[in-house]
Design a binder for this molecule. Sequence first.
Ligand SMILES: Cc1ncc(COP(=O)(O)O)c(C=O)c1O
Length: 396
Amino acid sequence: MTSPPRIPGRRLLHSPGPTPLPDAVLQAMSNQPMDLADPRVDANIAACELGLKRLLQTDRADVFMYAANGHGVWEAVVENLAAPGESLLVPGTGHFSESWAIQAEALGRQVLRTPWAPGWPIDADAVEQVLRDDRRHTIKAVLAVHTDTAGGVTSDIGALRRAIDAAQHPALLVADVVASLGAAPFAMDTLGVDVAVGASQKGLMCPPGLGFVAVNAVAFGVAERNPAPRFYWDWVRRKHDLSYRKFCGTPPQNMLLGLEAALGLIFAEGLDQVWQRHARLAGAVHAAVQGWRTGGALDFFGQQAASRSVSVTTITLGPGIDVEALRSVARERFQVAIAGGLGPLTGKAFRIGHLGDCNPAMILGAIGGVEAALLCLGVDVGEGGTRRAVASLAQG
Ligand SMILES: Cc1ncc(COP(=O)(O)O)c(C=O)c1O
C-alpha cells in the first residue's frame, strides 16, 4: 500500500474540539504508565483535582473524573441527580441542549424544555416561568449548556441562578462548561452553580476521552438520596481516597498526565490572560466575518454580538454553497480544518474553532485558509475578512 504524500508544515486544526495539543501535553502523555501503588499516580490525580477546582473557581465542590467523553459526564449528571421518572429542565440552547435532553429521556427521565430561539442565548425568564409553574417542585435540576458549540452562543449562567432563586425553587443548577472552560470566565461558587460538567478536548488542550464533574455538597446530598441504580457513574462510590475507587477501576493515567501538564500551562499563562487571549482571538474571527458578510453570502449565526462565544464562531451560508466542499477544500488544499453545522444547521453553516492552544498566527492562517477556500468555491466574500482580522489583532 502506498502511503499518502507527506504534507509539509502543520495542518491547522480549527474544529471547536478536539483542539490542537501543546507539545508539553504530548510529551507528558508519552510517559510510561505506572504501577497503581506508585505515589506519583496519586500525586498526579491530586494535581488534576486541585487544578480543575482552581480553574472552575470552587472551594466547595468535589471533582470526579471519568475515562469518558462529554456524553459520559452528561450521563453521570442524569444518573446521580434524578431517579427514573423524575423531571429535569433543559433550557434550549440548540443542538447540545437537545442532545442532552434526548439522552436524559433515553435514560427514563422526564424532560421539560424551554424553547430555543435560533442564534439567541437561554431565555432566563422562560426558565423562571417553568419553575414557578412547577408548584410541586418535581423538577430536580436545570441542565444548562454554557456555550452551545453548535451555534457558538454563550448563555448567562448567573441569570439562571437568579431565575431559580426568584422562583423559590429547589432545583439544582448544572452547567455544561465543556466548550467554555479555559476560554471564557466561569466561577462556579460565585455563580451559584451546583454541578459543573466538563471534558478534556476543548479549552483544556488534551485529547478527547477525559470527562469530569465538580459537585457541591447540596448536589452530592441529592445524589446520596437518589435511588436510581448506577455503578460506574455513582458520585457516592467515587468519593474515596483510593485512586482505584475514584475512577471505578484503573485511572486513565496518560490522560491525567496530559491534563496536569495542560492545567500547568493555563496557570503559568494566568487565567485572566487566557480569557483575554480568547476574547482577542474571537474578536479577530468576528471581524473577519463582518468583512465576509458584506458579500451577502455569509453571516453570523449568533444574533447578539455580546453572546457570541469566545470559543467558536458559527457562520451561516446562503443557499447553493456546499459546506462539505468548503471544508474539504479548506482542509485538503489550504491545510485548515474547520467544522460543519450540526443538528438543524447541518449543511447550512460552518464553524471556526478558536479555543485552546491558539495564537494570532494560527487565527490569521485559519481565516486566510477559509477565505481562500470560499474564493475557490466562487463565494462572494465582499470586502474580505483577512484584512479586518489583521486590523482587529493589530488594535487589540
Ligand atoms: C457543549 C458541549 N457539551 C457536550 C458535548 C459532548 O461531548 P462529547 O462529544 O465529548 O461527548 C459537546 C461536544 O462537542 C459540547 O460541545
